[in-house]
Design a protein around this ligand. Structure first.
Ligand code: AVJ
Length: 322
């Protein structure tokens, strides 16, 4: 039996402490923001899963297509023997890639990294059984905090898929890429999934589905605060405002108070007075061009080796090397 190893780097109070800090910092100042990582509680993860199956939401399917059709090419272009996956979840989409590495006899080690210990343990057991010759070393960690712990592997490819990098604000993205590059040795590689700039209609439709699933997903952030911090947000008092910021190349998903709101958030020792029309920024989803990718990776010393897109040129998977 191939047993996975699981290391826990997160402290048990990670979520509680992090949420309070983020809420005090983000909601306590103007413009009011809430980091998107708190969208993914049980309900939020289920809603996101539904989003990925909406006909309007193209990114998941496009990335899956690229990984399926190009897995062998990606493996042939890469020189890695260890695959690290950041925000791995169930590693569902990654499996076709891992299969191709294993088939080529190149999957010595797989290191899935995720904040959700339960999901990760289940995934690690499944993956160890699927790849009997591979060491599965799961890490329960936050990829914004624990990149420094991933330096011990030689010849690694760090996969960061799903377009999650697009959720970081520009400064956060620069800091993240810098820390990531620092955690890599010369020759190590990054496999990055990013959504691409495209016409506004298609983008807005992908984030404003007629069934209202995306709206429910974004509004769930307030429900998380009500439950975890004893807040008293009235969800019906907010409307969902998704818009395309064409200067920043990003979808900007907000909640707007339609009437003045007095909100108490006891768990964060915070009270808010929102004016009528005031907005809370819940999530951005940045879209890239090839030139932008090349530039931002270049700044941190990563050279773009190859970029694969789906047949509709909607989404990109990029291999870069240090
Ligand atoms: C999973 C974070 C990449 O930005 O498209 C989908 C999240 N938010 N619909 C994205 C999301 C609203 C998604 N990411």
């Amino acid at each position: 039996m191939n047993s996975p190893k699981v290391s826990v780097l997160l402290q048990s109070n990670w979520a509680e402490a992090g949420l309070v800090t983020d809420v005090r910092r983000g909601l306590g100042s103007i413009p009011r923001t809430l980091p998107p990582k708190w969208l993914y509680d049980e309900v939020g993860s289920q809603l996101f899963d539904q989003i990925t199956r909406l006909p309007e939401y193209y990114p998941t399917e496009c990335e899956r297509t690229i990984l399926r059709d190009r897995a062998a090419e990606i493996v042939a272009t890469s020189r890695a023997t260890t695959v690290v996956e950041l925000g791995s979840g169930t590693s569902d989409k990654t499996r076709v890639l891992l299969d191709a590495f294993a088939e080529a006899g190149r999957l010595e080690r797989f290191v899935p990294v995720d904040v959700s210990e339960e999901t990760l343990r289940d995934a690690a057991i499944m993956l160890a059984a699927r790849y009997p010759d591979t060491e599965v070393e799961a890490v329960v960690g936050d990829f914004t905090l624990h990149l420094g712990h991933l330096t011990g592997y030689r010849h690694k490819l760090v996969a960061f898929l799903g377009g999650t990098i697009g959720n970081l604000y520009v400064e956060e993205r620069g800091a993240f890429l810098g820390a990531l590059a620092d955690s890599m040795d010369p020759g190590d590689e990054l496999l990055l999934g990013t959504d691409l700039v495209k016409d506004a209609d298609r983008l807005i439709t992908a984030y404003d589905d007629p069934q209202g699933i995306t709206e429910a997903f974004v509004k769930n952030s307030l429900r998380v605060l009500n439950r975890e911090l004893g807040a008293d947000f009235d969800l019906d008092a907010y409307s969902y405002v998704p818009f395309w910021d064409r200067h920043m190349h990003r979808m900007d998903l907000r909640l707007r108070a339609e009437m003045p709101q007095h909100v108490t958030i006891p768990g964060a020792r915070l009270t808010l007075d929102l004016a009528s029309g005031e907005e809370i920024r819940v999530e951005i989803s940045t879209k890239f061009t090839e030139a932008q990718l090349r530039e931002e990776l270049g700044v941190v010393g990563l050279e773009l080796a190859q970029i694969w897109t789906d047949p509709t040129d909607s989404f990109a998977v990029t291999l870069a090397r240090k």
